[in-house]
Design a protein around this ligand. Sequence first.
Ligand code: IPD
Ligand code: CA
Ligand code: CA
Length: 259
Amino acid sequence: MVLEKIDQLAREWLEEAGNRIFMALEQTNIEVEAKSDRNDLVTNVDKSTERYFAEKIAEHFPDHRLLGEEGYGEEITSLEGVIWVLDPIDGTVNFVEQKRNFAISLGIYKEGIGELAYIYDIIGGEFYFAKRGEGAFVNDVEIPKLSADKKLEDALVIINTAAMHKFPQTLAIIKEARGLRLYGAATLEYMAVATGRADAYISANLAPWDIGAGKIIAEEVGAIVTRVDGTPMTITEKGASFVASPGVHAEILRDYLGK
Ligand code: IPD
Ligand code: CA
Ligand code: CA
């Protein structure tokens, strides 16, 4: 079965890519470039990691397509067939500045449906995995389903600064919540919600590779993933994203973002 083969190879490649990134952190000559603005960074390590996956996918699955951040894949306009959605390093600013709090993110979509997902927090030693309909796991331990009973007043929320500017209602959400947390890597922010370490994450500007894996894992534990207006998101779009446990998602939409 092709999904089993994909799963086996994806795990091997993630382990190898993780080792290479770990070794690269020891080097003093990481090349850093700014892309769309001075805080949108890419390094030679982001590029070589994506190129590694692009070569492996082309070799083993020539009819599959890659949707990746650094341009080694294809421009994807349709959801047909198998698409590998890859962020080789999510949290590149953290990679450069902190040498931690970043992850490799890989989601596998078949005819537009998320089937397999992997987020590998290399330094944190956490490997998140989900298979559609079969639960989500961190280091092979199943992640419990999220409670629908949580209230915003008891919740930790993650709201990036761009979302605070774009959606001024978020300031009232922060005021009502128990606290605000920011991690600087969308994948890890999705995983904070999936594991109940936080209860909601609102971001103004995510791309498919930021959420390709996180959406699958979060939905597998019962989180609700939508645009900020509550409508469903597709994997090819860029824009604002809102993920939360079910009760907190409903409360935020009803009392704040939906108004
Ligand atoms: C970024 C991070 C960041 C989010 C940005 C993303 P990158 O990804 O996930 O937390 O706020 O929107 O672009 O560039 O480090 O892969
Ligand atoms: Ca990213
Ligand atoms: Ca990236």
